[in-house]
Design a protein. Structure first.
Length: 83
């Protein structure tokens, strides 16, 4: 398993459990996406997971987030099924 995928999966599990801050996860994912030398886009499953994690902190209003635990759980299922 790719090291970045393993770390992304661990962060996603942390979002589900509430032990990881969604802003930190989104920032981490954006840094990975911006790293042109890493070539993450060549792995569709990893790229999709990074893209989703980068949006983990998106808000639909000042008081509520666009994505919740149910979304995070679905993302984890999708990622595991694709690897």
């Amino acid at each position: 398993m790719d090291e970045t995928f393993a770390e992304a999966r661990e962060l996603l599990a942390g979002l589900i459990s509430g032990h990881v801050d969604r802003d930190e996860v989104a920032d981490w994912a954006m840094e990975k996406i911006k790293d042109a030398n890493a070539n993450h886009f060549s792995n569709a499953t990893l790229w999709t997971l990074l893209d989703r994690l980068a949006g983990a902190d998106l808000k639909q209003s000042p008081e509520s987030y666009l994505h919740g635990v149910e979304d995070f759980e679905a993302w984890l299922i999708d990622a595991d099924a694709s690897m």
